[in-house]
Write a protein that binds this ligand. Structure first.
Ligand SMILES: CC(C)(COP(=O)(O)OP(=O)(O)OC[C@H]1O[C@@H](n2cnc3c(N)ncnc32)[C@H](O)[C@@H]1O)[C@@H](O)C(=O)NCCC(=O)NCCS
Ligand SMILES: Nc1ncnc2c1ncn2[C@@H]1O[C@H](COP(=O)(O)OP(=O)(O)OP(=O)(O)O)[C@@H](O)[C@H]1O
Length: 190
């Protein structure tokens, strides 16, 4: 088994890279996706902690919850404490085949306690201006994009400990060529 971690801030290009690697045969473990599922499995605890204002009907409303937690580091930490242990165990349970290449993508790979399972870690980066522009294309307001990036400032300290850094300021095809070069150098074949 080989486990490749892909980290970087919101909108830097992690999902784009991870899904390209998935198309080439790797097994993708998306921490954002697992996190979304965890909101359902931990629904009652989240409802107790944050109240009815973050619910729509009987489901946790991601937009409402995001507006609450990204505005308050204290509340974000409370959400993390509820969902991160679940994300960690669901991610680990997916990685069971010794013959496969697994790609875990997520800004909070280290914080969730998964970096120690990675053989190699790729740091993905892009300028803040371009990142905000890309997040806006995804339908996010500039205000929210900046709030999220602010909540991820602590990630900067991880950059230098990564095994390689890929800048995604160019187009997606150039990014994917760079990633392929790095994997080739590491002897990881897809
Ligand atoms: C707050 C929630 C409900 C907002 O959902 P929504 O669909 O609106 O946003 P989405 O999940 O696409 O996240 C938007 C961006 O914020 C980043 N982000 C998400 N959670 C966090 C967090 N706890 N701390 C910092 N950044 C985060 C994501 O990596 C992404 O770049 C959701 O992100 C969530 O449940 N987060 C807690 C789980 C978590 O830590 N997930 C990230 C795993 S890497
Ligand atoms: N060179 C590039 N490399 C990667 N993504 C790019 C590039 N150029 C533009 N993009 C676009 O940037 C946007 C953000 O990329 P992506 O969703 O992969 O980021 P992310 O790091 O996974 O973000 P998040 O953590 O918020 O989910 C996407 O719409 C993607 O198509």
């Amino acid at each position: 088994m080989i486990v490749l971690g892909i980290v970087g801030k919101a909108g830097s290009g992690k999902s784009t890279i991870a899904s390209a690697l998935e198309k080439s045969g790797a097994i993708r473990v998306s921490l954002d996706e697992i996190g979304h599922q965890a909101l359902d499995s931990m629904k009652e605890e989240i409802r107790r902690e944050f109240g009815e204002c973050i619910m729509t009907g009987d489901s946790v409303d991601r937009k409402k919850l995001g507006d609450v937690v990204f505005n308050s580091p204290k509340l974000l930490e409370r959400l993390n404490r509820i969902v991160h242990p679940v994300i960690r165990s669901v991610a680990l349970a997916k990685m069971i085949d010794d013959t496969k290449l697994y790609v875990i993508d997520g800004a909070l790979l280290h914080q969730i306690g998964l970096s120690e399972f990675c053989d190699k870690i790729l740091w993905i980066e892009c300028s803040p201006e371009e990142t905000v522009r890309r997040l806006a294309l995804r339908g996010m307001t500039e205000y929210k994009a900046r709030l999220i990036l602010q909540s991820q400032q602590h990630l900067d300290s991880l950059r230098d400990s990564a095994d390689a850094i890929v800048d995604t300021s160019g187009d997606a095809a150039a990014t994917l060529r760079k990633v392929e070069e790095v994997l080739f150098e590491w002897g990881i074949m897809l």
